[in-house]
Design a protein around this ligand. Structure first.
Ligand code: ZN
Length: 208
């Protein structure tokens, strides 16, 4: 009699454990990276809210370019929002983040290449810096300052969306609208999260 054993391996991302929520002496950099619809902003908001519960002084910034929902709020797709300050350049974050314990930065991919230096300066000053952003653009290329931020961060969390075509984990933001512009703001009308297989299939179909 044969007994067939099937080993099913579930890929579960490790939950992010905050090494010290209220350690005010040491600064560090955390990056939350992923595709569109992966829950990056939700994760950023979750961490920032916990810092607020710990009575830490929190400031949140986002690039001026992202005006999809509201000028003043970091808004995630589930409408779980938190007040933020829109800034035109990374240098403004240094000027505005005075006397804070935690700095949150959303949509980091749209910032200039000075952002990693700004984050380093803040962390050196003892600030906990939490950065969320798209790791890749719609072509699958590293996006803006994100690769540099991921390199210099103490902690990097990759979050995944679900492939709308097959249900696997997705890490590509495939653009369904026909344009070559790098920055086209939109939601499910313009982008769909795809896994590697479905992304390559979509690309090969669009070429033919
Ligand atoms: Zn797929």
């Amino acid at each position: 009699m044969y007994v067939k054993l099937t080993l099913i391996i579930h890929f579960r991302p490790m939950p992010f454990i905050e090494n010290s929520v209220s350690n005010k002496r040491n600064g560090w950099i955390e990056v939350i990276a992923g595709s569109m619809f992966s829950g990056k902003t939700e994760e950023l908001i979750r961490r920032l809210k916990r810092a607020k519960y710990a009575r830490l002084r929190v400031e949140i910034f986002k690039p001026q370019i992202d005006t999809r929902y509201s000028e003043e709020k970091v808004v995630s797709h589930d409408a779980n929002s938190i007040i933020s300050t829109p800034v035109t350049s990374s240098g403004n974050i240094l000027l505005l983040a005075q006397d804070v314990d935690v700095v949150g930065i959303d949509e980091a991919q749209f910032f200039d290449m000075g952002l990693p230096r700004v984050c380093t300066q803040l962390a050196d000053m003892g600030v906990r810096v939490i950065v969320a952003g798209l790791d890749m653009d719609f072509r699958g290329k590293p996006f803006g300052p994100m690769p540099n931020l991921m390199a210099i961060a103490e902690y990097v969390t990759k979050v995944h969306a679900i492939c709308v075509r097959c249900g696997e984990l997705a890490h590509f933001s495939h653009r369904t609208a026909d344009t070559d512009k790098l920055v086209v703001l939109g939601e499910t009308d313009i982008y769909e999260p795809l896994c590697r297989h479905c992304y390559n299939e979509a690309l090969s179909k669009s070429k033919t």
